[in-house]
Design a protein around this ligand. Sequence first.
Ligand SMILES: [Zn+2]
Length: 234
Amino acid sequence: MVIETLAVLCVAGGAMAWAVRGKSSRIFAPSVWRGPRNRKAMALTFDDGPSESTRELLDVLDEFGVRATFFQCGFHARRLRTEAAEVARRGHEIGNHSDTHPALYLHSRNFIEDQLSRAQQSIIEATGVTPRLFRAPFGVRWPGLAAAQAKLGLMGVMWTAIARDWALPADDIVKRMAKAARPGAILCFHDGRELTMRPDISPTIDTIRRLLPVWLDQGYEFVPVSELTGLNRR
Ligand SMILES: [Zn+2]
C-alpha cells in the first residue's frame, strides 16, 4: 500500500514536471516547439541577451545571410539599448524572455504578468518592435502564464533541442547540435548568460561559425520562429 502510494506520487510528480518543463506541454500556456517537418528549414534562437558580445554573433549571422530569433530580457534591453536595437535593425525577430529571468515556478499570477509586461515595455522602448513570442526562462511554465501571454498577445516558444552552451565547450556543443538538426527544428542557444554582465559567449559564437556552413551545405534554410511555425500568418 505504501509502495502503491509512492508510485502514484511518483507518477503525479513526473506528470507535474512534464507539465511545467516538457517541451511539448501546453498545460499552463500555449506554446510551440517545432515547425512542420516537410520543409528543410530550421530556426536558430538566442536567449538571455542582448549582451556585450551580441554584435559579434550578429556579424557571423550576417556573414552567412541567416536571420534568427532573439529572446531578450527586459533587464538587458534597458542596460544595452543600442545592442538590443541593433538585433532588430539587422532583420532578426525579437521575442520576450521575461524581465529578470526568474523561474516562474511557484510565483503568483501578478508576479508572472509583471515579468512579461516589464520586459515587453523595455524591449519596445529599446527596439521599436512589439514581441509576439515568449520563451519562459529555464523553460518553466506555471499557472498565470497563459493569462499573461494572452494579455500581451504572446505565443510561447520552447525548443526541439537546447545547446547547453552556457556549460559546454564548443566541441561538445557542435557534436550535440549537429545531431539535433532536422527539418522543422527550433534550436536554442544563448547570446547572454542569465543576468551576467559581459558574459563569455565565445563557445556559442564558435559553434554557430562552425555549424552554419555545414547546415547550409546540407541544404537547410534558416528562418525566424514565426515564419517556421506559421505564426506570422496570425
Ligand atoms: Zn534564459
